[in-house]
Design a protein around this ligand. Structure first.
Ligand code: 5GP
Ligand code: MG
Ligand code: MG
Length: 183
């Protein structure tokens, strides 16, 4: 952890920058194989997926188009509300296209399940999900997750795009925040 994070004593490192990059490369090889010969639009979910999108897109040894959506589901708390609202929609018409949603974490999956059915209603050729992290509650998700980096226990994690009250997103590693900070 770098010294810029003055609250670093509150964080236990779960995955280092090196481990994250290796995992993303591994996921990228699968994605390249699965979409070989097809056009692909990768969609990042703001703001948490910014880091994983930037690294995943560069790890992919092929052309991709990139677009972004912003949805709200969490307030400043740590549990999903299930209420999803589009804050920023895609710029791209996805009709007839292969769409891969890239996200940093799935907890309950409420946000992504909603997003998948929303995008599916626009007539794409396919919609799939790639997530770096997945928590245990996601087993109840009605939609399939095609690419998962790591399954992690039910702890609140920060770093590499993941925030607590908008902080820690710029940490290079992923760590767990001491519970007394957020509970
Ligand atoms: P879900 O709808 O899957 O319950 O929630 C997804 C969103 O909740 C994620 O995109 C992320 O913004 C937030 N979230 C879920 N778990 C965590 C976590 O452990 N740490 C942080 N920082 N955000 C989380
Ligand atoms: Mg996210
Ligand atoms: Mg957040």
């Amino acid at each position: 952890m770098d010294s810029a994070h003055v609250e670093s004593d509150l964080v236990n490192i779960l995955f280092t920058e090196e481990q994250i990059q290796a995992k993303i490369a591994e996921m990228a090889r699968k994605i390249e194989a699965d979409y070989d010969g097809e056009e692909l639009l990768v969609v990042g979910v703001l703001k948490g997926a910014v880091m994983v999108m930037a690294d995943m897109a560069r790890a992919l040894n092929r052309h991709v188009e990139m677009d972004w959506m912003a949805v709200s589901s969490y307030g400043s708390g740590t549990k999903s509300s299930g209420v999803v609202r589009i804050l920023k929609d895609l710029d791209t018409d996805i009709q007839g296209r292969h769409v891969l949603i890239v996200d940093e974490i799935i907890d309950t999956g409420l946000t992504l399940s909603w997003l998948v059915s929303n995008l599916a209603s626009r007539g794409p050729k396919s919609v799939a999900i790639a997530t770096l992290l997945r928590k245990p509650d996601a087993v109840a998700m009605p939609v399939d997750v095609k690419y998962v980096g790591w399954d992690i226990p039910n702890e609140f994690v920060v770093g590499y795009g993941l925030d607590h009250n908008e902080k820690y997103r710029n940490m290079r590693d992923i760590g767990t925040l001491a519970p007394h900070v957020y509970s």
